[in-house]
Design a protein around this ligand. Structure first.
Ligand SMILES: Nc1ncnc2c1ncn2[C@@H]1O[C@H](COP(=O)(O)OP(=O)(O)OP(=O)(O)O)[C@@H](O)[C@H]1O
Length: 241
């Protein structure tokens, strides 16, 4: 196995002087291909900052981010942008589906923006929607979908194409527990295909789906544990060894 992403002594400081905030401080985190890591911690502890830096949407103040063996600081802006578009899928808290596009068009859009021809992009999008049990919803617009369906479309959009890393910020926050579990199951299933995942959650039940839980406090990574016994780990005795 190799690391899909590594954060090496990553710090992020906002502001300066009296208003300085150390959102992250010397965080080391490595996530292997196929591994799902849950990030927990109090409000303001740096969870969203960690995701935006892992997603290369923001640069760290200090430290290195290495995606699929490539140090981002060494890449040109253009190569960095390409790596971001091709390798990383994001699931945002509020789904961020475009209201004027159908479900399948939303899923296909990032591929089309990345130069895949429309027909091929739509076919790839349909395949993922089908895998997520949404084939019959493909032609619907976001306002014709339930919350759980919208969330699954957002996940389909994040996994379509050849992603290596999925980043999800509270993907189950707005969902009832059954839909939330379904979302976590999808993230796990992506892991079975070798895709790494980092998921921010406040919910210990959701975190129990992860291979590993890391805790942030005041921007520092304070602890790493195997999750409490949950639906998966009960079936995997080695997880408690
Ligand atoms: N753009 C910014 N400018 C200044 N400070 C920021 C900025 N973004 C985040 N911060 C600060 O950095 C710290 C970490 O914020 P972050 O959003 O990462 O926390 P979080 O753990 O995700 O919180 P929550 O659970 O409430 O979403 C907080 O003190 C926050 O106020």
């Amino acid at each position: 196995m190799s690391a899909a992403i590594e954060l090496r002594r990553v710090s992020k400081v906002y502001g300066s002087g009296a208003t300085e905030v150390r959102a992250l401080w010397e965080v080391d985190l490595s996530v292997e291909d196929g591994e799902l890591v849950a990030v927990m911690g109090p409000s303001g502890s740096g969870k969203s900052t960690l995701l935006t830096i892992a997603g290369t949407l923001e640069d760290p103040t200090a430290g290195d981010v290495v995606v699929a063996g490539q140090g981002l600081a060494q890449l040109s802006r253009q190569d960095g942008a390409r790596l971001r578009r091709r390798s990383i899928g994001y699931v945002f808290q509020n789904y961020n589906l475009l209201a004027g596009l159908t479900a399948v068009e939303n899923v296909a859009l990032p591929l089309e923006l990345d130069g895949v021809r429309m027909k091929a992009a739509r076919a790839a999008a349909m395949e993922v929607l089908d895998r997520l049990g949404l084939a019959e919803r493909a032609a619907r617009y976001p306002d014709e979908l339930s919350g759980g369906e919208s969330q699954r479309v957002a996940i389909a959009r994040a996994v379509a194409g050849d992603r290596r890393l999925l980043l999800a910020d509270e993907p189950t926050g707005a969902l009832d527990s059954l839909s939330g579990e379904a979302v976590m199951r999808l993230l796990r299933r992506a892991g079975d295909d070798g895709v790494a995942g980092i998921v921010v959650t406040h919910d210990a039940r959701m975190a129990s789906w992860a291979d590993r839980v890391v805790f942030l406090r005041d921007g520092r990574l304070v602890d790493q544990t195997a999750p409490a016994p949950g639906p998966e780990s009960l079936l995997a005795p080695e997880a408690s060894a």
